[in-house]
Design a binder for this molecule. Structure first.
Ligand code: TMP
Length: 214
């Protein structure tokens, strides 16, 4: 059995990730594939509890940057073993809404934690699950942040409450990572329309996985 492809989506808040992921999953289904969709933090029963703690728990403000890092890593470690690896081994494609690059950037760059510590914890959490392709939806921080705040209304989460400079650092961190790993990370301009972004993603998949249509 051929291993499935593992595609991850990254980007800062409001970049339109969820919309594009749902379109891609639908397009893959139309091509006869049976993709698994995951989100982080979350994606498993344990992971969703961690997500709630990280984003909305009344005590979340007390979390240190170190505990935050370990909670994201714990959620991912569970997701990898429970869902991602079994799916890939069964030949299914996995489309992930965020993966290890989110930790590299949000905790390593945004929170300023030691990049080497973040790298080692990430490696331990993901084990052999490495993305075949990462799609970075790039959008300027102010536009993205304004969109995200509008979308979540009164339910703004801990990250969305960060100052704009945090999201600017996140954006530049992502772009630098894409430059360092051009074979894995493809940058797509997320300032255009939904259909144009979707077309760019389709073209990217055709070029990276020729003949992926079953
Ligand atoms: P999202 O569901 O809108 O993608 O939000 C998830 C939030 O969690 C977003 O602000 C990014 C943040 N995050 C981290 O800080 N580190 C991580 O490892 C992950 C997966 C997400």
């Amino acid at each position: 059995m051929q291993r499935g492809k593992f595609i991850t989506f990254e980007g800062s808040e409001g970049c339109g990730k969820s919309t594009q992921i749902h379109r891609l999953v639908e397009a893959l289904r139309e091509r006869g594939l049976d993709p698994v969709l995951t989100r982080e933090p979350g994606g498993t029963v344990i992971g969703e509890k961690i997500r709630h703690l990280l984003q909305y728990d009344s005590e979340a403000a007390r979390l240190t940057a170190e505990s935050e890092l370990l909670l994201f890593a714990a959620s991912r470690a569970q997701l990898v073993r429970e869902l991602i690896l079994p799916a890939l081994e069964a030949g299914r494609w996995v489309v992930a809404d965020r993966f290890l690059d989110s930790t590299t950037i949000y905790q390593g760059v945004g929170r300023g934690l030691d990049p080497e510590a973040v790298r080692r914890i990430n490696a331990f959490a993901v084990g052999p699950a490495r993305p075949d392709l990462t799609i970075l939806l790039d959008l300027d921080a102010a536009t993205g942040h304004a969109r995200a705040v509008r979308a979540s209304g009164a339910k703004e989460d801990r990250m969305e409450a960060q100052p704009l400079a945090f999201f600017e650092a996140v954006r530049h961190g992502y772009l630098a990572l894409a430059e360092a790993e051009p074979d894995r990370i493809a940058v797509i301009d997320a300032s255009t329309g939904i259909a144009e972004i979707a077309a760019a993603i389709t073209a990217l998949l055709e070029s990276r996985f020729p003949g992926y249509v079953t």
